[in-house]
Design a protein around this ligand. Sequence first.
Ligand SMILES: [Zn+2]
Ligand SMILES: [Zn+2]
Length: 272
Amino acid sequence: MFEIGAEYRRRDLHAQYGGQTQQGISTPANSNLIFLITGKSGAAYGYDDGWEPEGVYRYFGMGTTGNMRMEGANERVRDAAEDGSELHLFEDLDNGFLRYMDEMTLAGWKHQDNVPDVNGQPRRAIVFYLSSVNAESVSAPPPTVRAPEASGLWAVPMPELRKRAQPNQARVEEPKQAARRVRERSRALRIYVLRRANGVCEACEEAAPFKTPDGRPFLEAHHTRRLSDGGLDDPRWVIAICPNCHRRAHYAEDAETFNNGLKTRLRGLEAG
Ligand SMILES: [Zn+2]
Ligand SMILES: [Zn+2]
């Protein structure tokens, strides 16, 4: 939808999609898009957005004076995955243009005390930790049983595994913890959809074409709501399919129709 590194005139963006034209977090009505704007001007409010060494992006919530509250736009960011909203991060170039950074997913959030507000008064801020949806592909081969940290997930009861694979808005203490949670959930999501498929393609219903070295049927996880099979999301949108069906979903003449069929199928599968 947006091209990483490309510049967009903010006015045009709002003319096309709507949303608050001044705020750092813009939430267009009747849309599943949320724009997160970061920029130097935020420093005046004690904002200190930026990348953590662990690869998660630190993004300060909204509120210019007093304690930040988990309501309004902040709440929309926290609940984005559950609501089916997309978080699009832009850098404000301070000349009316925004540079697109990436689509992000929430890895966790925390409170941070003693952050000066616009009047220089210390207050409690909300810090979101965001991770690029492209950081880890959900369709990458699943971890094998030889990976000790992953082996347990094949034995976890399915309802519990599904819970671990779902987006959650949990508080975290440190960016390291947020980054670890992203990896763990991504793994849980991949293994969850493979176990749900139980060796049979969830599209054509043929058996998986071959087995992996550790004897498990090979299927790929496909993201039905994104053009790329980027990182985290919800079990409701990810389907386990055979390589042929996967190619079809991305490259076929009827890719869009086929993909819509997969979404319908997922609704049935996830209805339980
Ligand atoms: Zn298939
Ligand atoms: Zn795919």
